[in-house]
Ligand binder design. Structure first.
Ligand code: FES
Length: 126
């Protein structure tokens, strides 16, 4: 059901785990399947220095988060917020239609982590 690109990413996902000393965390759930995704990031001066993910999701969720985290490392938070699940799917050379929602998890977890970062900045009065 998955293409070779997705299988390769699933077999050797990048950025798995939790960023040490992270200052942004986002956890989201998917209503249709009940799976959960968490993304942690280390952000310095608005630039994402590192990003890692943990998920209870399926192979499509693992592959999507692997490429999505890779695509945002080195970007500013505003650039990262523009990343869409369509771009992630393009990078994966396609996902089965019934697995599109899994790629949305990565996009939403990134947005939630950045939101958390911004809230923390506000609390610190920046
Ligand atoms: Fe739940 Fe893919 S089926 S994340």
């Amino acid at each position: 059901m998955y293409n070779e690109r997705v299988m390769k990413e699933f077999a050797a996902p990048k950025n798995v785990g939790e960023v040490e000393g992270y200052n942004a965390i986002g956890t989201v759930g998917n209503e249709s399947c009940g799976d959960i995704m968490q993304i942690t990031m280390k952000i310095e001066d608005g630039v994402i220095k590192d990003a890692k993910f943990k998920t209870f999701g399926c192979a499509a969720a693992v592959a999507s988060s692997s490429v999505a985290t890779n695509m945002i490392i080195g970007k500013t938070v505003d650039e990262a917020l523009k990343l869409t699940n369509r771009q992630v799917i393009e990078e994966l050379e396609g996902l089965p239609p019934q697995k599109i929602h899994c790629s949305v998890l990565a996009e939403e977890a990134i947005a939630a982590a950045i939101q958390n970062y911004k809230e923390n900045l506000e609390k610190q009065g920046n």
